[in-house]
Design a protein. Structure first.
Length: 276
C-alpha cells in the first residue's frame, strides 16, 4: 500500500524517529501505526545490540535534590559521542530521568530503569532514543544521599556532579553543604574520614610507601615508619574531613565544620566524573 507523506510525518511526530525510518516502518506494518511504533522500538533494540561492543564514554551527569533538601539523586547517562551528549533529545531524557528519580526515590539502578516515564519504562524510553539517534546509549550509574540536609552540585558542562549530606539542617547549613559539594568535586576524596578507608586501600598505600622509601635508599628497618607517615599524608589528601578547605587553606574541613557547630559533620557523599 502507498504511504503518504502526512502519515510519515504523523509517525515522526509521535516517535521522534527519522523520516526514512518512519516510512519503512509504516510500509512494513501496512499503515498500522501501533505496529509501526513497535517496529521502530525493535529497531532501537537492534541498534543497541549491534553497537553493544562500542565504547559509550561520553555523556551527561546530573545531580538534584528534592525541595526539602533531604534526598538527592545522581545519574550518569552515557553516549558514544559528545555531540549526542549535547543534543536536546539526550539532555531532555536525562533531565526527565533525574526528576523521576528524585520524585520516586528508587533504591537501585534496576528499580530506576523500570519506572514509568511517559507510559513506558525508563529503559524502553532509552531504547527509543537509541533507535532515533543510532548510537549506543546507557543509563550506567545511579547514586543517592539521604540526610538532614543534602546539597547537589553540577559542574559546568555536566561531566561531573556531586551530592553531600550533612547531619543538621538550616539556612546556614545549606550554604555549608554547597561548599562541601564543591569541595568534593574539586578534591575527589575517597572517604569521609580515615576510619572509612577500606583495609585493602590502607594496605596498598603502606606497600606503596615502603616501595617508594626502598627506592630512595632508606634503611629496611625504617620502611614501616616512613610508610605510615606517607599514609597519614594520604589521609590528609584523600579523606574529606582531613582535607584542606579549598576556600580557606588555613582550615581542614573538620576544623571548618566544628568552627560552626561542634556536632556538625558529613554523613555521606557521592561523586561521579565522566571517564572515572
Amino acid at each position: 500500500m502507498a504511504i503518504t507523506a502526512a502519515e510519515v510525518n504523523k509517525l515522526r511526530q509521535m516517535t521522534g524517529a527519522g523520516m526514512m525510518d518512519c516510512k519503512q516502518a509504516l510500509t512494513e506494518s501496512e499503515g498500522d501505526f501501533e505496529k509501526a511504533i513497535e517496529i521502530l522500538r525493535k529497531k532501537g533494540q537492534k541498534v543497541a545490540a549491534k553497537r553493544a561492543d562500542r565504547e559509550a564514554t561520553e555523556g551527561i551527569i546530573l545531580a538534584k535534590t528534592n525541595t526539602e533538601k533531604t534526598f538527592g539523586a545522581l545519574i550518569v547517562v552515557n553516549s558514544e559521542t559528545d555531540f549526542v551528549a549535547k543534543s536536546a533529545d539526550f539532555i531532555n531524557y536525562s533531565r526527565a530521568v533525574i526528576d523521576l528519580a528524585v520524585e520516586n526515590k528508587p533504591a537501585s539502578l534496576d528499580e530506576l530503569k523500570v519506572l514509568n516515564l511517559n507510559g513506558r519504562s525508563v529503559e524502553e524510553n532509552l531504547m527509543d532514543l537509541v533507535g532515533k539517534i543510532g548510537e549506543k546509549l546507557e543509563l550506567s550509574a545511579y547514586s543517592t544521599v539521604q540526610a538532614a540536609n543534602v546539597s547537589a552540585y553540577n559542574h559546568l558542562g555536566n561531566k561531573l556532579a556531586t551530592l553531600v549530606g550533612l547531619n543538621k539542617s538550616g539556612e546556614k547549613i545549606e550554604e555549608v553543604a554547597h561548599d562541601l559539594a564543591m569541595q568534593v568535586a574539586a578534591m575527589a576524596p575517597i572517604a569521609i574520614d580515615k576510619d572509612d578507608v577500606s583495609q585493602a586501600i590502607i594496605e596498598k598505600e603502606i606497600e606503596i610507601g615502603k616501595e617508594q622509601a626502598r627506592n630512595e635508599g632508606k634503611p629496611e628497618a625504617m620502611l614501616e615508619k616512613i610508610a605510615l607517615g606517607k599514609l597519614n599524608k594520604f589521609y590528609q589528601e584523600s579523606t574529606l574531613l582531613n582535607q584542606v578547605f579549598v576556600k580557606d587553606h588555613n582550615l581542614t574541613i573538620r576544623q571548618y565544620l566544628q568552627g560552626l557547630d561542634k556536632e556538625l559533620t558529613v554523613v555521606s557523599f557521592k561523586r561521579h566524573k565522566l571517564g572515572d
